[in-house]
Design a protein around this ligand. Sequence first.
Ligand SMILES: *Cc1c(COP(=O)(O)O)cnc(C)c1O
Length: 364
Amino acid sequence: MKSNALNFSGGPGALPEIVIEQTRNAIDALPETGISVLGMSHRSDWFYAVLAEAENNLRALLGIGQEYAVTFLQGGSSLQFAMIPMNFAAEDSSPPEYVTSGYWSARATAEAARVTSRTIAWDGKATGYRQLPELHELDIDPSAAYLHYVSNETVEGLQFAAWKSDAAVPLIADMSSDFLSGPIEADRFAMMYAHAQKNLGPAGVTVAIIRRDLLERIPDGLPAILDFRTHVAHGSNFNTPPVFAIYVLNLVSRWLRDSVGGLDAMQAINARKAQRLYNALDSMGDAVAIHAARPWRSQMNVAFTFGDARLDQAFVALAGEHGMVGLEGHRSIGGLRVSLYNAVTENAVDSLAELLLSFGKSRL
Ligand SMILES: *Cc1c(COP(=O)(O)O)cnc(C)c1O
């Protein structure tokens, strides 16, 4: 059965229709091998080719060279919250600095504290995680091991406009929910990481792109599987990787390259989608409260409320009748959340914006 539902879920999120179709066929049998992708060996030539192509596609999309290692890992972004301080909070540098700007960066900050002492460079909790700092205005210890931040706060719907900072310390960003949504100045980062289930594919694989000089700081004695050097040395095939998730991620990277036409084109589409949704919400005036303060509104996740849980639920129910799903807000803040990941089409956003407007006229 083919789904006609429009998926606005915060994650796992929508995937391009063509990718779903290719995946459906690959579950029956891969054209190249004649057997199901679900039963393909991770030591097959076929899988080595998938790994190589996925890596090359990411390099081409982001414009990164061999000074970076591209790895495909497991454990989600949450494991990165632990691995990053284990690997990179070197003893001979000052504690790493963390920007705490929302639910996910707070999780990263808390996890780092289990591994190392760390400094909170900025904390948005007291103001309800509605705004972001200017990264270049933060007072960062120049000998800090690194500066960690989340480029897009998925729960609150906050996004850094310029995905960079001029801090002299290595910059590490969790890009889980806006990775490949538009071009970035990749060479400003010492490390970028993103799990697949928001913008890249199904859950189970996490992309970590690490500048190679950072690998030299890793202390000896870590468990092999938690040491980034292990995964670099084994080409992301140290133990059994999530073959299926990496296969689908590769299809998504092809789709971005061939159907969308790269990250500039993706960015233009995403900007139009976000504009349409925010215009609809803004036109409803005080009847709608958008969580993020205006300058930090995310193009990927839009968290808002009608100010009354019954109205929010009524809209979720109405949307469900129109085949629109995944609109409940994150359990930590409630309300509603629309996720506009790469695979959400402009038509889907138009339909949702229209429904919001008609709900506003009839119910508010
Ligand atoms: C969803 C999300 C996570 C959580 O990732 P898991 O893969 O579930 O561990 C971390 N960071 C951000 C920014 C997210 O959006």
